[in-house]
Ligand binder design. Structure first.
Ligand SMILES: NC(=O)c1ccc[n+]([C@@H]2O[C@H](COP(=O)([O-])OP(=O)(O)OC[C@H]3O[C@@H](n4cnc5c(N)ncnc54)[C@H](O)[C@@H]3O)[C@@H](O)[C@H]2O)c1
Length: 173
């Protein structure tokens, strides 16, 4: 599949360096964040937090037009979710940010896109894949990946991707 546009959702310590690394390959990256000040900083080519050596790469990617930031969820070929998953009071992961991001991505999907959950998530986490795929995990193509291997989502693995069950990998129905 030819990836022309990547949306990185959450421009924090993980999302922004990821966005920049892809943008510096010449791929158009749209960063999405709920924080207006983060969006403004990135669009000025600035890093909104302390991260040595990232500033040059961000300003370059923005200057070349390969990295922009916005609040609205765009259409894209690939979506990378890098929103927070803090611990809740009961020591479980607070997945509300992931849920909000998945619910924002789902309406813009046409079929054939790749959605990657980069946020730390607990073993057996199905909900994000189900929200973006619009189908139960058991009916969707939702491999998890750990240590370079690919397994079905029902394995207890930390990183999940999903695609629509009615489309093949190239987006064909
Ligand atoms: N920081 C690390 O070293 C590290 C390492 C491995 C994994 N992780 C995981 O990566 C994920 C992100 O961590 P981080 O350190 O980048 O977090 P962060 O707090 O630095 O950044 C998260 C960004 O997401 C934005 N955001 C929150 N809700 C959003 C939404 N609904 N839509 C769009 N943007 C939204 C926030 O405004 C913020 O800019 C977490 O799950 C974390 O556990 C982090």
């Amino acid at each position: 599949m030819d990836f022309k546009t990547v949306a990185v959702v959450g421009l924090g310590y993980i999302g922004l360096p990821t966005a920049v690394a892809i943008a510096t390959r010449g791929i158009d990256v749209i960063g999405v964040d709920v924080n207006a000040s983060t969006i403004d900083s990135v669009n000025r080519g600035e890093v909104p937090f302390a991260e040595p050596d990232l500033a040059v790469a961000v300003s370059g990617a923005v200057a070349q037009g390969h990295l922009t930031a916005q609040k609205e969820m765009p259409e894209a070929d690939v979506f990378i979710l890098a929103v927070p998953t803090p611990f809740a009071e009961d020591h479980r992961a607070d997945l509300s940010y992931v849920r909000a991001a998945a619910e924002a991505v789902a309406p813009v999907l046409k079929g054939g896109e790749v959605v990657i959950l980069e946020s730390t998530s607990p073993p057996g986490h199905h909900e994000t894949a189900e929200l973006v795929a619009g189908a139960p995990a058991s009916e969707s193509e939702v491999p998890d990946r750990r240590s370079g291997s690919t397994r079905r989502l029902r394995g207890s693995l930390p990183r999940a991707g999903a695609s629509r069950p009615d489309h093949d990998r190239d987006g064909h129905q």
